[in-house]
Design a protein around this ligand. Structure first.
Ligand code: NAP
Length: 216
């Protein structure tokens, strides 16, 4: 039996007014505004780890660091990538050595990466509940999940996420294939949906920030 997990998990994403988090090609676009970017960098600076899925690394190639233009004393939390098969490209920005990086792969994956430590957990696919326990054992007490669609759904569905921040930018992206704030297989019935409790809603520049608690 898995032991209780005390690690705090916050999800953050930016979506369009129609719920899309990227273009129909899955390429990223500017949804956020300057005020929101500052908030995200400040939020990054408060957590021990920033986590994304390999889909986001491949499409967006994010650095996942805290920018000095937004935070005076950036501490750069550990970057954590869920990558079952070890597909992280060797020239990915998360492997640039600027901050500590952990690549979490499935147990059968034997790949190693420059400037990164590897953690093996789960058969075929990373088991995120076990991964959270391993991270907790490494002294990581809080993580910020920054996408993408499939990973956010996994954290919500498994109720491993505690809270979710959604910034809604004032634009419409449209398209059936554009990723939304939660992808994966999704809910097939009302019982499978994930209930959220609205904690706060505020206007941030030309957009809106919604703050939810995940009901467990
Ligand atoms: N607007 C925003 O806030 C924002 C933020 C980030 C990303 N995005 C967008 O989101 C899109 C990428 O999302 P995505 O859904 O394609 O990819 P993703 O969620 O970043 O990564 C999904 C991949 O992670 C791996 N993974 C390993 N263990 C997992 C688990 N337990 N649960 C779920 N995934 C697991 C899987 O690949 P393996 O099976 O190979 O491990 C899976 O296919 C891009 O279009 C990007 O621009 C938007």
């Amino acid at each position: 039996m898995l032991e209780a997990i005390y690690l705090k998990v916050t999800i953050n994403c930016a979506m369009s007014a129609d719920g899309k988090i990227a273009l129909s090609s899955r390429r990223q676009t500017d949804i956020s505004n300057e005020e929101d970017r500052k908030r995200v960098h400040e939020l990054r600076n408060t957590v021990d780890g920033i986590l994304v899925g390999i889909g986001t690394v491949i499409t967006d190639d994010p650095r996942l660091t805290v920018k000095r233009e937004y935070v005076e004393e950036p501490k750069n939390p550990v970057r954590i990538i869920l990558d079952s098969k070890g597909r992280t490209p060797p020239d990915a920005a998360v492997l640039n050595g600027e901050a500590r990086t952990l690549i979490i792969t499935a147990e059968e994956c034997e790949k190693e990466f420059p400037n990164a430590e590897t953690v093996r957990c789960g058969t075929d696919r990373v088991d995120i509940a076990k991964a959270m326990q391993i991270l907790e054992g490494m002294g990581i007490r809080s993580i910020l999940v920054e996408g993408g669609a499939e990973v956010m759904w996994s954290f919500l569905k498994s109720r491993l996420a505690d809270e979710m921040y959604i910034f809604i930018g004032s634009l419409v992206i449209g398209g059936d294939s554009s990723p939304t704030a939660a992808g994966g297989e999704g809910a097939e019935s009302l019982e499978d949906t994930v209930e959220l409790r609205l904690r706060n809603a505020e206007i941030v520049g030309d957009g809106v920030l919604l703050e939810y608690e995940v009901v467990k």
